[in-house]
Design a protein around this ligand. Structure first.
Ligand code: 5CU
Length: 377
């Protein structure tokens, strides 16, 4: 029997549609898009950790430009398809990049969310079978607007889930007020792609970070810790037991969750309060159980060491390849060519499970096709 061809699926790949970029251009506080005299390309400034650099560049035209260049990779569908073709990616599940609709007022987020989701739906319909999307929810709007948005996106042909930040309704993902939303998503068979944005407080990085360390600390450490904390809080609050059909895909291979799950378990078992309250007993589903039953992980971890931990924690049948395009472009080679950030993740899969192995095929695409129903157009 001929060996089946490997299909490559990118489940972690973002866009800001043009209408969203217009909103960012109209803003004076982050997130925003602004042009600076020191560089021709507009800059996209997203993160709290970029505030100091933004202030300095605003007051001093010789200061280094803040944020990242807003290249055509962020908003152009043609560029996304070119990127996919360049890297042998058959299917992409695109999603709005952070911070989604989190900064919009309660009165505007419902309408803007609807049009952003329509725009994603339209982009997918231009490339049937090659593009699917994770929708975005207007979480600052009243509950009925959020629930109506879930019904709306469930009806969109190419929608396979929703992308979610860790703030939820403002109080994190262990907030009981989120339960009806989690229940509605589970009932609609829409997976949650959990993605960080807020990182850790700026003070954690120390006084030298903004001037000397670029974006390394907030992105390499802040993002994964944010995801880890958000999911640990959900687990401790019992969300996964309350909504057994809830399915979550964690960005960046679950932050540090695969590495820290044992420690989380030990801390639960040795916590006097939790033991007294009967929350640490024998029949309980452990964080390991949740990792294997309700959680999927992307394979965006750039090394076989982290990837092996992710596979050990959740199983090779629950990992899905991703690129994080358009973030992490090459800085010294042509952006229209191959990106090292992509090959690092693809090589990690090969090194962890062997080139051409069944597990490699599953992680590179088979799992995503099965889990996200990508063979159903
Ligand atoms: O480089 C960055 O700031 C980011 C970001 O904001 N979001 C993301 O998904 N990856 C990298």
């Amino acid at each position: 029997m001929a060996a089946s061809k490997m299909r490559v699926v990118d489940i972690h790949t973002h866009m800001y549609p043009p209408s969203y970029i217009k909103i960012l251009e109209s803003r004076t506080t982050i997130p925003l898009v602004r042009t600076f005299p020191q560089t021709p390309e507009p800059r996209l400034i997203l993160l709290e950790a970029e505030l100091k650099a933004l202030e300095e560049a605003t007051n001093d035209p010789t200061a280094k430009p803040p944020g990242r260049p807003l290249t055509s990779h962020f908003a152009s569908l043609a560029q996304k398809i070119h990127f996919m073709d360049t890297h042998g990616i058959d299917i992409s599940v695109i999603s709005l990049a952070n911070p989604w609709l989190d900064f919009l007022s309660a009165s505007e987020s419902g309408k803007i969310g609807e049009s952003v989701n329509q725009e994603f739906s339209r982009m997918c319909s231009e490339h049937p079978g090659r593009l699917f999307f994770f929708a975005t929810l207007p979480l600052t709007a009243p509950l009925e607007t959020v629930l109506a948005a879930i019904s709306h996106v469930q009806s969109l042909q190419y929608c396979r889930g929703i992308i979610l930040g860790t703030s939820g309704l403002g109080k994190g993902l262990d907030d009981p007020a989120l339960l009806p939303i989690f229940e509605a998503l589970a009932a609609a068979n829409l997976a949650i792609f959990l993605h960080p944005h807020y990182g850790l407080p700026n003070e954690v990085w120390g006084p030298r970070a903004s001037a000397e360390y670029g974006h390394v600390l907030p992105l390499a450490l802040g993002f994964p810790m944010e995801t880890t904390i958000a999911v640990a809080r959900m687990y401790l609050s019992g969300v996964f037991d309350k909504v057994r059909d809830l399915r979550m895909i964690l960005a960046h291979s679950g932050g540090t969750l695969p590495f820290l799950a044992g420690r989380i378990e030990s801390c639960i078992m040795h916590d006097g309060q939790l033991v007294r309250e009967g929350k640490a007993g024998k029949g309980r589903r452990t964080i390991w159980d949740v990792l294997k039953e309700q959680i999927y992980l992307d394979a965006v971890i750039y090394s076989e060491v982290g990837l092996k931990a992710a596979i050990d924690a959740s199983g090779a049948d629950r990992l899905m390849f991703g690129t994080d395009h358009p973030f992490f472009p090459p800085l010294e080679t042509d952006e229209q060519g191959e990106w090292e950030s992509v090959s690092l993740n693809a090589d990690a899969v090969t090194k962890a499970v062997g080139e051409g192995s069944g597990e490699a095929k599953a992680i590179m695409g088979g799992n995503a096709i099965r889990i996200l129903r990508l063979d159903q157009n």
